[in-house]
Design a protein. Structure first.
Length: 242
């Protein structure tokens, strides 16, 4: 695991965007794994700027997001599809057909999870998987106690994750209870995993991920087993590292 400590959240996001941009620029038919969450917003803003100013092209890139809420249609304002449209997809030259998220309103979410896992494999797997981390150590929506061998499937969101995500909904009761998420094993298949964490509220989870014992009570610790993981943190998120 390579750990990059940057002085500020802005510099950490810019470094992360740079890693994504390098992969896009140097890979034939790149496949990106994308994440949502507040931490990623600056990364996507930086990628849009690189597209506009440095002509970074996503024309041959395929993307697969980590997760989507079960029950929300792709045009629901709080769906991750709409979040990605607003932050990235509509601002760069990604082909609309090349931007994949699980379909939250699929009639059979279990079959949808299997279809999604197969679609990633059919594209030859993910070159770079972007990740954030939850306060409880989740990655994607792989909450504590998730099997470290799991693939894309339905997960029940914990109360703490629903509370953390309530800020995006008008009424906390509207936060969905389930999500379709790539599993830890799906994430570990990516050729490069890049996790960005910023701010003091993530310091505990970052220390557990990097230095704690490997275990399902902190799913992000699974990245210790990945042959190529880069963790990008600002000073605040690094504060509890030994
Ligand atoms: C969502 C996802 C989550 C977030 C995590 C951190 O696609 O992958 O694991 O990365 O919940 O979210 P923020 O950045 O909002 O703290």
């Amino acid at each position: 695991m390579k750990v990059l400590v940057l002085p500020t959240a802005e510099r950490a996001a810019a470094r992360t965007a740079g890693l994504v941009a390098d992969t896009v620029a140097t890979t034939d038919q790149p496949v990106l794994g994308l994440a949502t969450g507040s931490t990623m917003e600056q990364v996507y803003a930086d990628l849009v700027t690189l597209h506009r100013t440095d002509s970074l092209s996503f024309a041959t890139t395929t993307t697969f997001n980590l997760d989507e809420y079960v029950g929300l249609s792709p045009d629901h304002p709080q769906s991750y599809r709409q979040t990605m449209e607003a932050l990235l997809f509509s601002h760069v030259d990604l082909h609309p057909q090349a931007c994949h998220l699980p379909r939250g309103n699929a009639p059979n979410p279990y079959a949808e999870a299997e279809r999604y896992e197969a679609a990633i494999a059919a594209k030859g797997g993910i070159d770079l998987q972007l990740l954030g981390i939850g306060h409880n150590g989740h990655i994607g929506f792989n909450e504590p106690t998730s099997s470290l061998g799991a693939r894309t499937r339905i997960k029940t969101l914990t109360r703490s994750t629903r509370e953390a995500n309530a800020r995006f909904f008008d009424d906390p009761k509207d936060v969905p209870r389930y999500a379709i998420t790539m599993g830890i094993a799906t994430i570990l298949d990516a050729r490069h995993a890049v996790l960005l964490a910023t701010g003091s509220s993530k310091a505990e989870a970052v220390a557990r991920m990097i230095e704690g014992p490997l275990g399902a009570d902190c799913p992000a610790t699974a990245l210790q087993m990945h042959p190529r993981t880069t963790v990008v943190v600002d000073r605040e998120a690094a504060a509890k590292l030994c």
